[in-house]
Structure formats: structure tokens, C-alpha cells
Write a protein that binds this ligand. Structure first.
Ligand code: USQ
Length: 409
């Protein structure tokens, strides 16, 4: 299959491009490389030393004999370039990860809010419009988020995208329907993924586009079998307060002797998936496309749920790290339960990689190896959801780095 990975330079995109290439697909990365620019804007770097786009693709060629082309297009702004590239390359499938994916980054300022909406919504819409204009019948697989649902399950499992409802009609009869599960975004970033859902529903209905939306939980881990094949292929590991996600952050903090930053009581329950499973799910979704005219196919891409404080306790027990309950910069439920259906991927053959101590150790080791690259000023999450929270954060004393021994402890 000819597969384009849009956003293929990013945290999920890069291992996805490698995995699909290893499976024998013809892969091209389409990316504006903006994520590397944002590292510059925030003055942070990935914990792991990622190589340049050219060097990592050269290394892959050396190892696998397979070449991955890179096409620099900004989906949100370069519509004509996108359309002519589609007509030239004629992909069978597109994996769309080319969106600004950090909730804290999307909440930093009005500029960041506007950038996230402009980039994500225009990029997605340009892609849909270009598919219709070019008449290509490519399968579009989009990386959505579990966050479109909000995180409360009202005791019932969150279904895979569609909720059956029964509506009372005049005269006492009832109409049965399936509707998109009600959106309940918790940040501007999550809101853009809710808007994407409406765009997809419309284009599938009106133009018969074949679309799959993957509602993914929090990804943990850093390496996949392909990124482990050579140091130059190493994947990103974001640890900073904007792009770092909770489990990887807590492991990095434990590795350097920084108190584990639990927001509030840590009662937030979230869905998780290991990076290897994330990549495997994308492969499975590509192999199981909807037919033209079908409604959008929606999968819940997660394998387990955990409460933040339970993760912190587990890591503290493993490593002796301290836990710091800090002011939560977000406006979110302090405590929630979460039950999620993920039957579709299990039926397609996904064998979940769950959070076993062995794998946590592996990530701890990555973090220990590169701890000299951590800039502790960038660890706290300082992007506040409201002005009131920003003021509370400004009054708070930050956790301090505990001095620990040298390499190898
Ligand atoms: N949290 C802490 N301490 C930290 C960092 C986070 O307690 O040091 C808490 C947050 O307050 C939140 C939870 O951990 O309650 C998850 O935060 P996160 O930064 O790990 O995840 P989130 O912002 O939700 O976003 C991440 C990805 C996003 C993806 C989403 C899936 O960045 O691209 O869509 O996970 S989900 O969370 O299921 O919506």
C-alpha cells in the first residue's frame, strides 16, 4: 500500500512511519517540521537526542534498505501544494497526525489558542477538501483523542464513538438512533478534535470519503522495535510541562530525583496505551477500512485505565521517589472514574502491552541515561486554564530537585 504519514516527524508519527515501512508499505512523510520549531520556541529539547529528519531517514535506509521520502507541506496553509502532491503521489491511505497535540500548549495564551484551532481545524479541513477535489479514494485514518468524550463514564463504558439513544416521539412511539457520543472537551486542543469529528461526519456523508477516527488515550513509552534498531532512529521523549504526558513525566522525574508532580489529589482517571500498541493499532485500522458511503469508523485506541495517584504511588514504590501534590493548572474534575470499550481492536488481533514493571523499568532506564539533558526549569506545568488558576500557581512554591547520586544509581 502507498501510505502517507502526515505528521510523520512527531512522537507517534515517526515510529508509525518506520513500522509501516518495515511491514513493506511504500511510506512518505508529510510534515511541516513545526514540532521542532516549537521545541525552539519553548527552549526545550526531547529527553532523547533525536536526529535530524535527513539523518534518521538515512539511518532507516541503511538498516532496512527502504527509503522514506519527506515532503514539507503545512496542511493548514499550503492547500495548492497539498492538492498537487496528492495528485502526483496518489496515496492509497493517509494517516493524519499533523495536528498540535498538547493541551497545555493550546492553553498558554490567546496566540496559542488561535494557532491550535487554525492549525488543527484548517489542516484537517484542507485535507478533506483536497481529497474531494482530487477525486482520490484514499482511506483517511485520523488520530483523535479519548478527550473528545470528557472523562466521566456515568458508570457505563464509553462506546466506540456512537451512542444508541431512544427518542420519545409524539403519540408515545419511540425512535431508535445512534448519535456521535456527546463531545465534552477539556482544553482548546481537545476541542479541535471534537470539531474534526463533525468535519469527518459531514465529508463521509456528503462525499463518501472513507474515514477512520482513532480516539487515543495517553501514550506512554518511547521506543518501538523499529526505533530500537539504531540510536539514530530514537523516538522523541517529551518531559516538559507542555508536551510531556503524565506517565512518562513521572518516570523521568523519578529518574532524576524530582518529586512526582501530581496535579491536585491525582484522582484523575485516564486511558493509556503503549507506543508500540499505538503504532500497531494504526496498522490494524489501515487494514480494516470502511466502505465508501459508510459512516466514520471510530475506534477507542487504548488498552487500560489508571488513576494518576495510583501511577505515582507505583513509581514511588519502585524508585523511592517523593510525591508532590501540586496545584492543578487545569480546570478538570478532581476525581473521576472511567470505563472504556475497546473491543474492536481486540477483535482485530491487538494484544495489549499493559503497564508491567518491566516496561516501566525500561523507560526509567532511558530517562536515567539521558538525565543530563533535562532542564528542570521546564518540568512544572505552568500553562494555566484560567487567570484565577494562574494566580494560584504564581503563589505556589515549586517542588525542588532532590540531589541524588551519580550515573548508574
Ligand atoms: N497530570 C499530572 N501531573 C503531571 C502531568 C499531568 O497530574 O505532571 C495530569 C493532568 O492534570 C491530567 C492527566 O494527568 O489530569 C493527563 O495529562 P497528560 O498531560 O498526560 O494528558 P493530556 O493533556 O490529556 O493529553 C495527552 C496527549 C494528547 C492526547 C491525550 C489523550 O498530549 O495528545 O490526546 O493525552 S487523553 O488524555 O485520553 O485525552
Amino acid at each position: 500500500m502507498r501510505v502517507a504519514v502526515l505528521g510523520g516527524d512527531g512522537f507517534v508519527g515517526w515510529p508509525t512511519a518506520l513500522h509501516l515501512s518495515a511491514q513493506g508499505h511504500d511510506v512518505v512523510i508529510v510534515d511541516s517540521l513545526v514540532r521542532r520549531q516549537i521545541d525552539g520556541e519553548l527552549d526545550v529539547q526531547s529527553l532523547t537526542p533525536i536526529t535530524s529528519p535527513k539523518e534518521r531517514r538515512d539511518a532507516w535506509k541503511e538498516i532496512s534498505g527502504r527509503w522514506i521520502e519527506l515532503v514539507r507541506i503545512d496542511l493548514a496553509t499550503d492547500y495548492d501544494q497539498l492538492r498537487s502532491w496528492l495528485l502526483t503521489w496518489r496515496p492509497d491511505a493517509l494517516v493524519h497526525l499533523a495536528e498540535q497535540r498538547a493541551a497545555p500548549y493550546s492553553m498558554k495564551s490567546p496566540r496559542h489558542k488561535r494557532y491550535t484551532v487554525d492549525n488543527n481545524v484548517n489542516g484537517t479541513h484542507n485535507l478533506l477538501a483536497a481529497l474531494v477535489e482530487t477525486g482520490l479514494d484514499a482511506h483517511l485514518v485520523h488520530l483523535g483523542t479519548m478527550g473528545v468524550y470528557g472523562y466521566s463514564s456515568v458508570g457505563a463504558p464509553i462506546p466506540e464513538g456512537y451512542l444508541p439513544v431512544s427518542i420519545e416521539l409524539p403519540g408515545g412511539r419511540r425512535a431508535e438512533q445512534e448519535i456521535l457520543y456527546p463531545s465534552n472537551p477539556g482544553s482548546i486542543y481537545h476541542m479541535t478534535k471534537c470539531l474534526d469529528q463533525i468535519l469527518f461526519a459531514y465529508y463521509a456523508k456528503n462525499d463518501g470519503l472513507r474515514i477512520t477516527d482513532l480516539h487515543q488515550g495517553i501514550v506512554w513509552g518511547t521506543n518501538t522495535p523499529e526505533t530500537l534498531a539504531d540510536e539514530r532512529l530514537v523516538n522523541r521523549f517529551d518531559y516538559d510541562g507542555d508536551y510531556g504526558t503524565v506517565l512518562n513525566r513521572l518516570l523521568m522525574q523519578a529518574a532524576i530525583g524530582y518529586p512526582l508532580t501530581v496535579h491536585g489529589t491525582g484522582g484523575q482517571t485516564r486511558a493509556f496505551i503503549h507506543i508500540t500498541d499505538s503504532v500497531r493499532c494504526i496498522e490494524l485500522a489501515l487494514g480494516s477500512p470502511p466502505a465508501g458511503g459508510d459512516r466514520v469508523k471510530i475506534f477507542n485506541q487504548m488498552t487500560e485505565t489508571h488513576r494518576v495517584r495510583d501511577l505515582a504511588t507505583l513509581i514511588a514504590e519502585m524508585t523511592g521517589a517523593e510525591i508532590a501534590n501540586v496545584t492543578n493548572p487545569r480546570k478538570e474534575a478532581a476525581e473521576n472514574d472511567l470505563v472504556v470499550e475497546n473491543q474492536q481492536f481486540l477483535e482485530l488481533g491487538l494484544e495489549p502491552t499493559t503497564l508491567s514493571a518491566g516496561l516501566l523499568d525500561e523507560i526509567l532506564n532511558v530517562a536515567k541515561r539521558y538525565r543530563h539533558r533535562v532542564d528542570t526549569r521546564h518540568i512544572p506545568c505552568v500553562s494555566a486554564w484560567t487567570e484565577e488558576i494562574a494566580q494560584a500557581l504564581a503563589r505556589e512554591r515549586r517542588p525542588q530537585l532532590k540531589v541524588i547520586g551519580g550515573e548508574g544509581d
